[in-house]
Ligand binder design. Structure first.
Ligand code: SAM
Length: 375
């Protein structure tokens, strides 16, 4: 026996089922949205937990944040002219300031964890770096290889600075003493900000052994070598002709002016007839800074730059990096700030700065250090 079903009834049944499914799905979507929202709210409240202190000195700000940089960097809203990173170097050591005092940080990592962490950190740093900004990455020469690989993934322009952090080590017996740190200067623009710095001339590099009434001077060559074309002319003096086979580096007018001003040194011997520019010691602006920095000394127990934290870097080193690539009122970031040496140098040089460290002790040291600065 077959029962005859009313088609209208079937339609109603179908409609009811569809409504039921739609309602269930809507409920599920609403539930999902609610859960997602409360998870976000939780992480937002976690975000707020990063303790932060802002100190104003001489119209410049130092922002000090206690937290893991991998999280904090995502929340930063400004872009920086310079980022200085002196992270743990993957030494497998635990650094503490003394045998009794555990103040410091752990530098122990599992397998490839270090390279992954570094990659994450640099990727996040690049996002908050200005187009013409620079990132300086500090590492021991021994540990520099993995860092160079990561950095070359994110930067098109990389220069190496060799910092001779100490003289030889007496304790080394079966290997070469490690005295060099490498500081990678990285950017993504040919036109990144750069201020040429000069350092005083070392007596050993320049011999100012000549002397006249103005003072001691060394000799600056004026003849071009074979690889360039110079200014062709001769100079006559006391019946002697002075010539340059490949030309002179300066024009005849300039040469005559220098001769009149007694700034040209004449060599007239049997072997040589030549002209040199007198380079006076008291007028010298210093030599342009090279990529070998051997005039900045590490922090020692006795130094004027007091030691507040293990692996702390000297203020002079940070001053140099900051002056080289930023101007007054620029913003600088140090995401692994330790004792806040970057902040100290920034405040003295009238730059604004953000310092981050996950170590609570470091947060307190930095606040005290910046607050106590007498500017
Ligand atoms: C070599 S120290 C920096 C020293 C600093 N340049 C100075 O002059 O005092 C490295 C610092 O990185 C911090 N650090 C390591 N991992 C971090 C992370 N994920 N987020 C924030 N800080 C971190 C450590 O707590 C340590 O203080």
């Amino acid at each position: 026996m077959t029962t005859k079903t009313n088609p209208k009834k079937i339609d109603n049944l179908i409609l009811e089922s569809v409504e039921k499914v739609v309602a269930q799905n809507i409920n599920k979507i609403v539930r999902d949205i609610k859960t997602e929202k409360s998870e976000n709210e939780e992480s937002e409240s976690e975000e707020e937990e990063n303790e932060k202190r802002i100190i104003k000195k001489d119209n410049c700000l130092t922002e000090i944040i206690n937290g893991d940089s991998l999280e904090v960097l995502d929340k930063l809203e400004r872009k920086y002219n310079l980022i200085y990173l002196d992270p743990p170097y993957d030494t497998g050591r635990v650094f503490q300031i003394s045998h009794k005092n555990k103040l410091g940080f752990k530098d122990t990592w599992k397998d490839n964890e270090y390279s992954r962490w570094l990659d994450n950190l640099i990727e996040k740093c690049v996002k908050v770096l200005k187009n013409k900004g620079s990132l300086f990455f500090h590492i021991s020469a021994e540990g520099s290889f993995p860092a160079e690989i990561v950095l070359s993934k994110y930067f098109s322009h990389i220069e190496k600075i060799f910092w001779k952090r100490c003289h030889g080590k007496n304790t080394v017996r079966n290997k070469l003493g490690a005295v060099i740190d490498i500081i990678f200067k990285c950017s993504n623009s040919k036109k990144s900000k750069f201020n040429l710095l000069r350092i005083p001339l070392g007596k050993t590099t320049w011999a100012f052994k000549n002397k006249d009434s103005r003072g001691n001077y060394s000799l600056g060559g004026l003849r071009h070598d074979r690889t360039r074309k110079g200014n062709k002319y001769t100079i006559e003096r006391n019946g002697q002709i002075y010539d340059a086979p490949n030309g002179w580096k300066i024009t005849k007018e300039k040469m005559e002016k220098l001769i009149q001003d007694d700034r040209i040194h004449f060599v007239n011997t049997k072997k040589s007839k030549n002209l040199y520019k007198k380079l006076y010691e008291h007028e010298h602006k210093g030599k342009p800074l090279s990529n070998l920095w051997d005039d900045v000394h590490s922090i020692t127990r006795s130094s004027k730059d007091p030691r507040l934290y293990p692996t702390q870097k000297p203020i002079k080193l940070l001053q140099r990096i900051i002056e080289l690539t930023t101007d007054e009122n620029d913003w600088i970031l140090d995401p692994v700030a330790g004792a806040g040496t970057t902040g100290h140098a920034c405040a003295e040089l009238k730059r604004n700065c953000t310092l981050i460290d996950k170590n609570r002790d470091s947060f307190e040291i930095m606040i005290k250090r910046i607050e106590n600065l007498n500017l």
